[in-house]
Write a protein that binds this ligand. Sequence first.
Ligand code: ADP
Ligand code: MG
Length: 308
Amino acid sequence: MQEFDLIARYFAPLATAPEAFGLKDDAAIIRTRHGFDLVITTDQVAQGTDFFADDPPDAIAKKALRVNLSDLAAKGAKPEYYLLNLALPRSVREEWLAEFAHGLSEDQRQFGISLLGGDTSATEGPLSISITAMGFVPEGRMVKRSGAKVGDAVYVTGTIGDSGGGLALLRGEANDFGEADRAYLVNRYRLPHPPATFGTTLYDIAHAGVDVSDGLIADLGHLASASGVGIVVRGEQVPLSPALKALWGTDTLARAVVGGDDYQIAFTAPSGLSGPFTCIGQVQAGEGVSLRMNDEAVVIPQPGYRHF
Ligand code: ADP
Ligand code: MG
């Protein structure tokens, strides 16, 4: 495989925005939009940490993209463009790249985004994919971590912990677990479902927001400290899937709120709102995040995933 051939064959067709010049130039441009701010975020996924080498290539591609889209959603931004940096092991075959690019093209259509450029290099190490995603939000309206107000309710999208359950299953936990539940949880690990469409409306309602990637408690902790407030999470209100409860039983809540890789969004806003999200707690004066179950404190030894 020649670097320039593979760029022309697999990546140029993904550069649908005219601003990418068909990947035939050294750089792309972004036209600023009057009345909007450009929101930029980057996230990297690595083999062995965020996915397994034998995961389907299209799912690896989508995960690399979607872990960025959850950040844009948490900021209220509408995704538009992304840059793709690939460190490819020399053993990667062309069929693998074709499926990888196909996954990107499906997600580009689903989320309405275009590839803008990137870089490709070979590596002696494991596969690593770094994506930088960009989107627009009305000027001055990006939802920050720092805007939570005492008296706000805390909301979360989707269900929490499914991806952690899927990872546990892939690591060999509970081998005799039911096939349908297993498939559901493993798919949630391989393929996050960030609430990108809902995210584009977040700036209208939210005072503060964060994407849930390291673990619900850890990420709410970032929001609480940036806002200078405390957060109480009501364990009985945290949305948990039936499949996860089947896997973890009475441990489900304690494990779900510290498992990583959810790629949902948590935000604070006035209480009493309804929509594609669940109220899980309140913002109060103080600091830190406490978890309560039927009004009793639950002790959490390690609030989320740590790389080091
Ligand atoms: P340079 O020599 O400046 O690094 P390249 O030859 O790597 O430039 O890149 C040529 C074009 O192909 C550029 O437009 C670049 O953005 C694009 N490109 C290279 N690798 C990728 C990739 N993995 N994904 C998307 N675009 C890429
Ligand atoms: Mg290059």
